[in-house]
Design a protein. Structure first.
Length: 379
């Protein structure tokens, strides 16, 4: 009696675990693909208000509040860009100052070393680093005046996303606050070949493209981050090098925006959990009831047939969970695997019921004994 009770409890635990794993796996899978599905849905619904504009575009007040894709050459005032402290100039749309300080850094093994770093590194006892850069010599971004694409203003924040840059090799001779030019750097070090902790070196980069693509929302003569009305989590503001069509820009945004990427580890975890749950359900039921499944094609029985049932159910459940996330794009994507899963589960359940051994009724169980007693009395 005790053994049968323990066995029944184990069967219940196995079935409950199977249900929990399938539910968790389906949820993980759906959540991992939902951001991409949400993005495709947004682009599809708002695509009719995404305008592809060139540099000749004039501000149209009717486009305010709409998603726009601006693509073309930039215009800006003569003179280009300039670093206001060191006077380094560029004829391009922006110039970038990259400042690095020579500092102590502790390795994973606990050994102290010296490195050039743009960030301030916390030091340690006997290895103190300066707490900040000298005034006005930190890294900076400086653009030309009145930068526009068409008639719309482009901000420094947007320009800073442009990755097409090149180093400025020939720097002018400077003598500012103890800094001087040494090769491709401006530095306050006596010698960059043997620097001291706290020394600063500065290099410069400039834009090497004049054509960009900006995606956002038009508002009062500029492009600002765009949030679709019914989607609070999305913040669409992207800048890409070169000229793109709205369709190309949408594809590029899905690859750049971390929030819109499919989370592959989460998808894999969802698939594994769903598969384990399906196997626990099928094998748990077979163990609890004595169910012996039989498949004619391929010819399998027992555990092999149970494994096939579990694998098919897991695959269909995963397809349903993924399709559920895409249902907003197309309802048929959800309907097809959902119907297939329902049909398969129905026939599998019918087969389970038909092949599950049943205990005989009480009369049938004791009938042979009663006959023997009657025969004994006659004798």
């Amino acid at each position: 009696m005790k053994k049968s009770y323990i066995k029944a409890v184990m069967h219940i635990i196995t079935l409950a675990l199977g249900v929990a794993l399938v539910a968790a796996g389906v949820t993980f899978t759906a959540l991992s693909v939902a951001p991409r599905a949400e993005w495709v849905d947004i682009i599809g619904r708002y695509g009719d208000v995404a305008y592809s504009l060139d540099s000749s575009y004039e501000t149209n007040i009717n486009n305010n509040g709409h998603a726009v894709t601006l693509s073309g050459p930039l215009t800006y005032d003569e003179g280009g860009s300039e670093d206001p402290v060191f006077g380094v100039k560029s004829e391009t749309v922006f110039i970038v100052r990259i400042s690095e300080m020579y500092q102590y850094r502790q390795t994973d093994g606990g050994v102290w070393e010296t490195v050039w770093s743009e960030d301030i590194i916390p030091g340690g006892e006997g290895h103190e680093n300066p707490e900040s850069y000298p005034e006005n010599v930190r890294s900076g971004f400086y653009s030309a005046h009145n930068v526009k694409i068409g008639a719309l203003k482009v901000t420094d924040e947007q320009l800073s996303s442009v990755t097409a840059r090149k180093s400025i090799g020939a720097l002018p001779d400077v003598d500012v606050r103890g800094f001087h030019t040494e090769g491709a750097y401006i530095t306050n070090s006596q010698s960059l070949s043997s620097p001291k902790v706290g020394d600063v070196r500065i290099r410069f980069e400039e834009a090497c493209t004049n054509e960009i693509t900006v995606v956002g929302m038009q508002r009062s003569g500029e492009v600002v981050p765009w949030r679709p009305d019914d989607v609070t989590k999305l913040r669409i503001m992207h800048v890409f090098d070169g000229v793109m069509t709205p369709k190309e820009a949408s594809r590029a945004m899905m690859n750049v925006d971390e929030a819109q990427r499919v989370i592959w580890w989460q998808t894999a975890l969802g698939i594994v959990m769903t598969a384990l749950g399906a196997f626990a359900l099928v094998f748990g039921y077979a163990s609890a009831t004595g169910y012996e499944p039989i498949l004619k094609k391929p010819a399998l029985t027992g555990r092999a047939a149970s494994a096939v049932h579990a694998a098919v159910i897991a695959v269909l459940a995963i397809l349903v969970s993924a399709a559920g996330a895409w249902a907003r794009v197309s309802a048929i994507l959800l309907a097809v695997p959902l119907v297939a899963l329902a049909v398969y589960v129905f026939f599998a359940a019918a087969d389970m019921y038909r092949r599950t051994p049943r205990r005989p009724k009480a009369e049938e169980e004791y009938k042979p004994i009663l006959i023997k007693k009657d025969e004994f009395k006659k004798k």
